[in-house]
Design a protein around this ligand. Structure first.
Ligand code: TRP
Length: 326
Protein backbone atom coordinates (compact mmCIF):
# COMPACT_ATOMS: atom_id res chain seq x y z
CA UNK A 1 0.00 0.00 0.00
CA UNK A 2 1.23 3.46 -0.89
CA UNK A 3 1.68 6.00 1.86
CA UNK A 4 -0.64 8.98 1.93
CA UNK A 5 0.55 12.48 1.14
CA UNK A 6 -1.58 15.50 1.98
CA UNK A 7 -0.76 19.12 1.36
CA UNK A 8 -2.78 22.29 1.44
CA UNK A 9 -2.26 25.69 -0.09
CA UNK A 10 -4.17 28.90 0.36
CA UNK A 11 -6.12 30.16 -2.65
CA UNK A 12 -3.74 32.91 -3.71
CA UNK A 13 -4.86 33.02 -7.35
CA UNK A 14 -2.30 32.97 -10.13
CA UNK A 15 0.80 31.15 -9.01
CA UNK A 16 4.31 32.46 -9.58
CA UNK A 17 7.64 30.85 -10.41
CA UNK A 18 8.54 30.69 -6.71
CA UNK A 19 5.41 28.63 -6.03
CA UNK A 20 6.26 26.40 -8.95
CA UNK A 21 9.89 25.73 -8.08
CA UNK A 22 9.30 25.56 -4.33
CA UNK A 23 6.09 23.56 -4.10
CA UNK A 24 4.07 22.66 -7.19
CA UNK A 25 6.91 20.84 -8.94
CA UNK A 26 7.34 18.71 -5.84
CA UNK A 27 3.59 17.98 -5.63
CA UNK A 28 3.71 16.77 -9.23
CA UNK A 29 6.67 14.48 -8.61
CA UNK A 30 5.15 12.90 -5.50
CA UNK A 31 2.09 11.71 -7.42
CA UNK A 32 3.77 8.56 -8.71
CA UNK A 33 5.12 7.30 -5.42
CA UNK A 34 2.34 8.23 -3.01
CA UNK A 35 -1.42 8.42 -2.71
CA UNK A 36 -1.67 12.18 -2.91
CA UNK A 37 -4.36 14.58 -1.79
CA UNK A 38 -3.98 18.25 -2.66
CA UNK A 39 -6.31 20.76 -1.11
CA UNK A 40 -7.04 24.43 -1.69
CA UNK A 41 -7.62 25.66 1.85
CA UNK A 42 -10.33 28.28 1.46
CA UNK A 43 -11.43 28.11 5.11
CA UNK A 44 -7.90 28.88 6.25
CA UNK A 45 -7.92 31.85 3.90
CA UNK A 46 -10.87 33.31 5.81
CA UNK A 47 -8.65 33.84 8.86
CA UNK A 48 -6.80 36.70 7.17
CA UNK A 49 -9.02 37.98 4.37
CA UNK A 50 -10.46 41.46 4.47
CA UNK A 51 -12.75 40.67 1.60
CA UNK A 52 -13.89 37.39 0.09
CA UNK A 53 -14.90 38.84 -3.27
CA UNK A 54 -11.92 37.33 -5.10
CA UNK A 55 -12.00 33.92 -3.45
CA UNK A 56 -13.81 32.08 -6.25
CA UNK A 57 -11.65 33.60 -8.96
CA UNK A 58 -8.50 32.80 -6.98
CA UNK A 59 -9.50 29.16 -6.61
CA UNK A 60 -10.19 28.92 -10.34
CA UNK A 61 -6.89 30.55 -11.37
CA UNK A 62 -4.94 28.38 -8.97
CA UNK A 63 -6.58 25.24 -10.36
CA UNK A 64 -5.59 26.26 -13.89
CA UNK A 65 -1.99 26.56 -12.73
CA UNK A 66 -2.04 23.31 -10.79
CA UNK A 67 -3.50 21.26 -13.61
CA UNK A 68 -1.37 22.88 -16.31
CA UNK A 69 1.71 22.16 -14.19
CA UNK A 70 0.87 18.48 -14.05
CA UNK A 71 -1.26 17.82 -11.00
CA UNK A 72 -3.31 14.99 -12.36
CA UNK A 73 -6.83 14.23 -11.09
CA UNK A 74 -6.42 10.67 -12.37
CA UNK A 75 -3.55 10.14 -9.97
CA UNK A 76 -4.40 12.46 -7.09
CA UNK A 77 -7.37 13.82 -5.24
CA UNK A 78 -7.60 17.55 -5.81
CA UNK A 79 -10.30 19.46 -3.96
CA UNK A 80 -11.39 22.57 -2.10
CA UNK A 81 -11.30 22.35 1.70
CA UNK A 82 -14.80 23.68 2.41
CA UNK A 83 -16.39 21.17 0.02
CA UNK A 84 -15.69 18.39 2.50
CA UNK A 85 -17.50 19.66 5.57
CA UNK A 86 -16.23 16.78 7.74
CA UNK A 87 -13.07 18.79 8.26
CA UNK A 88 -14.94 21.40 10.29
CA UNK A 89 -16.41 18.65 12.44
CA UNK A 90 -13.00 17.16 13.19
CA UNK A 91 -11.64 20.68 13.78
CA UNK A 92 -14.27 21.18 16.49
CA UNK A 93 -13.44 17.87 18.19
CA UNK A 94 -9.68 18.45 18.07
CA UNK A 95 -10.24 21.89 19.57
CA UNK A 96 -11.26 20.17 22.79
CA UNK A 97 -7.88 18.42 22.96
CA UNK A 98 -5.68 21.40 22.19
CA UNK A 99 -4.46 23.56 25.07
CA UNK A 100 -4.85 27.25 24.35
CA UNK A 101 -1.31 27.83 25.63
CA UNK A 102 0.13 25.78 22.73
CA UNK A 103 -1.75 27.86 20.19
CA UNK A 104 -0.82 31.23 21.62
CA UNK A 105 2.86 30.30 21.38
CA UNK A 106 2.83 29.39 17.66
CA UNK A 107 5.15 31.82 15.80
CA UNK A 108 2.81 32.31 12.82
CA UNK A 109 -0.02 33.24 15.19
CA UNK A 110 2.11 35.85 16.91
CA UNK A 111 3.20 37.25 13.55
CA UNK A 112 -0.35 37.40 12.15
CA UNK A 113 -1.63 38.98 15.36
CA UNK A 114 1.02 41.66 14.93
CA UNK A 115 0.16 42.18 11.25
CA UNK A 116 -3.61 42.41 11.73
CA UNK A 117 -4.15 43.67 15.30
CA UNK A 118 -7.68 44.80 14.34
CA UNK A 119 -8.62 41.23 13.38
CA UNK A 120 -7.18 38.71 15.82
CA UNK A 121 -10.08 36.32 15.42
CA UNK A 122 -10.81 32.99 17.06
CA UNK A 123 -10.16 31.17 13.77
CA UNK A 124 -6.68 32.64 13.60
CA UNK A 125 -5.79 31.14 16.98
CA UNK A 126 -7.27 27.84 15.83
CA UNK A 127 -5.47 27.85 12.47
CA UNK A 128 -3.09 25.00 13.40
CA UNK A 129 -6.00 22.91 14.72
CA UNK A 130 -7.80 23.21 11.39
CA UNK A 131 -4.56 22.28 9.65
CA UNK A 132 -4.24 19.23 11.93
CA UNK A 133 -7.81 18.29 11.01
CA UNK A 134 -6.94 18.59 7.28
CA UNK A 135 -4.01 16.28 7.69
CA UNK A 136 -5.37 13.59 9.96
CA UNK A 137 -8.86 13.38 8.45
CA UNK A 138 -7.14 11.40 5.68
CA UNK A 139 -4.77 9.52 8.01
CA UNK A 140 -1.86 11.19 6.28
CA UNK A 141 1.70 9.86 6.60
CA UNK A 142 3.67 12.53 4.77
CA UNK A 143 3.15 16.28 4.46
CA UNK A 144 5.22 18.23 1.91
CA UNK A 145 5.63 21.73 3.34
CA UNK A 146 8.00 24.65 3.51
CA UNK A 147 10.11 25.28 6.56
CA UNK A 148 7.75 27.98 7.85
CA UNK A 149 5.10 25.30 8.39
CA UNK A 150 7.18 23.07 10.68
CA UNK A 151 5.74 24.45 13.94
CA UNK A 152 2.24 23.72 12.60
CA UNK A 153 3.20 20.19 11.73
CA UNK A 154 4.73 19.67 15.15
CA UNK A 155 1.41 20.77 16.66
CA UNK A 156 -0.42 18.24 14.48
CA UNK A 157 1.86 15.54 15.82
CA UNK A 158 1.22 16.60 19.40
CA UNK A 159 -2.52 16.56 18.83
CA UNK A 160 -2.23 13.09 17.27
CA UNK A 161 -0.24 11.79 20.25
CA UNK A 162 -2.79 13.21 22.64
CA UNK A 163 -5.73 11.78 20.73
CA UNK A 164 -4.13 8.34 20.43
CA UNK A 165 -3.17 8.22 24.10
CA UNK A 166 -6.63 9.23 25.34
CA UNK A 167 -8.84 7.40 22.84
CA UNK A 168 -6.59 4.61 21.54
CA UNK A 169 -4.36 4.29 18.48
CA UNK A 170 -6.24 6.01 15.66
CA UNK A 171 -3.97 8.29 13.63
CA UNK A 172 -0.43 7.89 12.29
CA UNK A 173 1.97 10.68 13.27
CA UNK A 174 2.49 12.61 10.04
CA UNK A 175 6.04 13.37 8.92
CA UNK A 176 7.05 16.63 7.29
CA UNK A 177 8.76 16.37 3.94
CA UNK A 178 10.73 19.54 3.40
CA UNK A 179 11.05 20.71 -0.16
CA UNK A 180 14.71 20.41 -1.05
CA UNK A 181 14.53 23.37 -3.41
CA UNK A 182 16.33 26.48 -2.09
CA UNK A 183 14.18 29.52 -1.36
CA UNK A 184 13.48 31.51 -4.52
CA UNK A 185 14.13 35.21 -3.97
CA UNK A 186 11.89 37.81 -5.50
CA UNK A 187 12.85 40.23 -8.26
CA UNK A 188 13.92 42.83 -5.73
CA UNK A 189 16.39 40.29 -4.39
CA UNK A 190 15.42 41.17 -0.82
CA UNK A 191 12.88 38.61 0.31
CA UNK A 192 11.26 35.38 -0.76
CA UNK A 193 9.32 35.70 -3.99
CA UNK A 194 5.71 36.41 -3.11
CA UNK A 195 2.61 38.08 -4.39
CA UNK A 196 2.33 40.23 -1.29
CA UNK A 197 5.76 41.73 -2.00
CA UNK A 198 4.92 42.23 -5.69
CA UNK A 199 8.34 40.83 -6.58
CA UNK A 200 7.08 37.83 -8.51
CA UNK A 201 6.61 36.53 -12.05
CA UNK A 202 3.31 34.80 -12.69
CA UNK A 203 3.50 31.47 -14.46
CA UNK A 204 0.63 32.62 -16.64
CA UNK A 205 2.29 35.89 -17.67
CA UNK A 206 2.71 36.46 -21.41
CA UNK A 207 6.27 36.46 -22.80
CA UNK A 208 6.09 40.27 -23.02
CA UNK A 209 4.89 40.63 -19.41
CA UNK A 210 7.63 38.26 -18.33
CA UNK A 211 10.28 40.41 -19.98
CA UNK A 212 8.76 43.55 -18.40
CA UNK A 213 8.91 41.95 -14.95
CA UNK A 214 12.45 40.65 -15.41
CA UNK A 215 13.54 44.15 -16.49
CA UNK A 216 12.63 45.43 -13.00
CA UNK A 217 14.85 42.85 -11.27
CA UNK A 218 17.60 44.06 -8.99
CA UNK A 219 21.08 42.90 -10.06
CA UNK A 220 24.56 43.14 -8.55
CA UNK A 221 24.45 46.49 -6.68
CA UNK A 222 28.18 47.07 -7.27
CA UNK A 223 27.64 47.09 -11.02
CA UNK A 224 26.58 50.68 -11.63
CA UNK A 225 27.61 51.16 -15.26
CA UNK A 226 27.49 48.93 -18.31
CA UNK A 227 31.28 48.58 -18.33
CA UNK A 228 31.71 47.68 -14.64
CA UNK A 229 32.58 44.03 -14.13
CA UNK A 230 29.72 42.10 -12.48
CA UNK A 231 29.57 39.64 -9.59
CA UNK A 232 27.22 36.82 -10.60
CA UNK A 233 27.62 35.10 -7.24
CA UNK A 234 25.70 37.93 -5.52
CA UNK A 235 23.20 38.56 -8.33
CA UNK A 236 19.68 37.15 -8.06
CA UNK A 237 19.20 37.32 -11.81
CA UNK A 238 22.14 34.96 -12.11
CA UNK A 239 20.55 32.60 -9.57
CA UNK A 240 17.41 32.58 -11.70
CA UNK A 241 19.52 31.69 -14.76
CA UNK A 242 20.51 28.59 -12.82
CA UNK A 243 16.84 27.47 -12.86
CA UNK A 244 15.82 28.59 -16.32
CA UNK A 245 19.02 28.53 -18.38
CA UNK A 246 20.93 25.75 -16.62
CA UNK A 247 23.03 24.98 -19.71
CA UNK A 248 24.26 28.55 -20.08
CA UNK A 249 25.31 29.61 -16.59
CA UNK A 250 29.07 29.25 -17.12
CA UNK A 251 29.03 31.34 -20.26
CA UNK A 252 26.78 33.98 -18.64
CA UNK A 253 28.93 34.19 -15.49
CA UNK A 254 32.12 34.55 -17.54
CA UNK A 255 30.63 37.27 -19.72
CA UNK A 256 29.18 39.14 -16.73
CA UNK A 257 32.51 39.15 -14.87
CA UNK A 258 34.34 40.83 -17.77
CA UNK A 259 31.44 43.15 -18.64
CA UNK A 260 31.07 41.29 -21.92
CA UNK A 261 27.31 41.42 -21.47
CA UNK A 262 25.38 44.07 -19.56
CA UNK A 263 22.48 43.56 -17.20
CA UNK A 264 19.97 44.49 -19.89
CA UNK A 265 21.15 41.69 -22.19
CA UNK A 266 21.45 39.31 -19.30
CA UNK A 267 17.81 39.95 -18.36
CA UNK A 268 16.68 39.40 -21.94
CA UNK A 269 18.38 36.01 -21.88
CA UNK A 270 16.68 35.21 -18.57
CA UNK A 271 13.24 36.19 -19.85
CA UNK A 272 13.89 34.04 -22.92
CA UNK A 273 14.78 31.09 -20.70
CA UNK A 274 11.67 31.51 -18.54
CA UNK A 275 9.45 31.87 -21.60
CA UNK A 276 10.74 28.74 -23.25
CA UNK A 277 10.60 26.74 -20.01
CA UNK A 278 6.95 27.77 -19.57
CA UNK A 279 5.83 27.57 -23.19
CA UNK A 280 4.07 24.20 -22.92
CA UNK A 281 2.68 25.06 -19.50
CA UNK A 282 1.14 28.25 -20.89
CA UNK A 283 -0.43 26.43 -23.82
CA UNK A 284 -1.97 23.84 -21.52
CA UNK A 285 -3.23 26.55 -19.19
CA UNK A 286 -4.81 28.44 -22.05
CA UNK A 287 -6.61 25.30 -23.20
CA UNK A 288 -7.89 24.58 -19.68
CA UNK A 289 -9.15 28.13 -19.36
CA UNK A 290 -11.49 27.57 -22.33
CA UNK A 291 -13.38 24.89 -20.41
CA UNK A 292 -14.27 26.07 -16.89
CA UNK A 293 -16.77 23.22 -16.48
CA UNK A 294 -13.91 20.78 -16.59
CA UNK A 295 -12.23 22.51 -13.65
CA UNK A 296 -15.43 22.38 -11.61
CA UNK A 297 -15.94 18.72 -12.54
CA UNK A 298 -12.43 17.91 -11.31
CA UNK A 299 -13.15 19.67 -8.02
CA UNK A 300 -16.53 17.98 -7.57
CA UNK A 301 -15.00 14.57 -8.19
CA UNK A 302 -12.10 15.35 -5.85
CA UNK A 303 -14.47 16.40 -3.08
CA UNK A 304 -16.49 13.22 -3.53
CA UNK A 305 -13.43 11.01 -3.26
CA UNK A 306 -12.03 12.95 -0.30
CA UNK A 307 -15.37 12.84 1.46
CA UNK A 308 -15.67 9.09 1.25
CA UNK A 309 -12.38 8.80 3.17
CA UNK A 310 -13.37 11.59 5.56
CA UNK A 311 -16.69 10.00 6.50
CA UNK A 312 -15.00 6.82 7.66
CA UNK A 313 -12.59 8.75 9.85
CA UNK A 314 -15.36 10.84 11.39
CA UNK A 315 -17.40 7.76 12.26
CA UNK A 316 -14.37 6.16 13.88
CA UNK A 317 -13.53 9.34 15.79
CA UNK A 318 -17.07 9.81 17.06
CA UNK A 319 -17.21 6.23 18.27
CA UNK A 320 -13.85 6.55 20.03
CA UNK A 321 -14.83 9.84 21.64
CA UNK A 322 -18.10 8.36 22.90
CA UNK A 323 -20.34 10.51 20.70
CA UNK A 324 -21.98 7.51 19.08
CA UNK A 325 -22.34 3.91 20.17
CA UNK A 326 -19.19 2.02 19.19
N1 TRP B 1 -0.79 26.44 6.50
C1 TRP B 1 -0.40 26.08 5.17
C2 TRP B 1 0.28 27.28 4.52
O1 TRP B 1 -0.01 28.41 4.85
C3 TRP B 1 -1.57 25.64 4.35
C4 TRP B 1 -2.19 24.37 4.86
C5 TRP B 1 -3.43 24.23 5.38
C6 TRP B 1 -1.60 23.08 4.85
N2 TRP B 1 -3.67 22.94 5.69
C7 TRP B 1 -2.57 22.20 5.38
C8 TRP B 1 -0.35 22.60 4.45
C9 TRP B 1 -2.30 20.84 5.54
C10 TRP B 1 -0.08 21.24 4.60
C11 TRP B 1 -1.05 20.37 5.15
O2 TRP B 1 1.09 27.08 3.63
Amino acid sequence: MKQRVFSGARPTGRQHIGNYLGAIQNYVDLQDKYDCIYCIVDIHALTTLESTSELQQNIFEMMLDWLAAGLDPKKSIIFVQSHVTEVTELFTFLGMLTPLGWLLRVPTFKEKARMQPQNVNYGLVGYPVLMAADIILYKTNVVPVGEDQLPHLEMTREIVRRFNSIFGETFPEPQAKLTSFPMVLGLNGGQKMGKSYNNHIELAATPEETLERVRTAVTDPARQRRNDPGHPEVCNVFTLHGYFNPGRTEEIAAQCKVAGIGCVDCKKILAGGINSALKDFRERRHALEQDPDHIYDVLADGAKRAQSIARKTITEVKAKMGLIRA
